[in-house]
Design a protein around this ligand. Structure first.
Ligand code: AMP
Length: 120
């Protein structure tokens, strides 16, 4: 599997400051911002600052510092969002996963009971 990153995607543009976002948390390696079309009371996207197209690309190729920084951002988002009763983390990936934006992002959804993961 090879991974080709195209920096014309909308999250790359957000990282370059070309379009605004509603930032929840940021560190050296990750940015977290509110999803523009929320599907739950809490709906935050956590993205690495590096050029990774997907979760499997990030897991295979990101440095240890990048991976730690990313998951520290996930922890902060969960703390800030107050999802103590639970949440769902989703990484839609490529065509079968119905991924729209080809820059790895983890959806953090919560604030209500979300129902089953997939339709029965
Ligand atoms: P996915 O289908 O997993 O690639 O999800 C992409 C997500 O990005 C969707 O939930 C969109 O609502 C969200 N999105 C697209 N553009 C923006 C934007 N400019 N700011 C915040 N979220 C966005």
């Amino acid at each position: 599997m090879t991974f080709d990153y195209d920096d014309r995607n909308i999250f790359a543009r957000i990282l370059r400051g070309e379009i605004p976002n509603s930032t929840v948390f940021e560190n050296d390696h990750a940015l977290a911002f509110k999803d523009i079309a929320p599907q739950a009371p809490v709906h935050v996207l956590v993205i690495p600052k590096g050029p990774y197209v997907s979760l499997d690309h990030f897991a295979a190729a990101a440095s240890a510092d990048e991976q730690v920084g990313f998951f520290q951002a996930v922890a902060e988002v969960c703390r800030i969002s107050g999802v103590d009763e639970g949440f769902r983390a989703i990484a839609n990936t490529r065509s079968h996963g119905v991924q729209d934006v080809p820059h790895f992002h983890l959806h953090i959804l919560g604030g209500t009971r979300l129902g089953r993961m997939l339709p029965a």
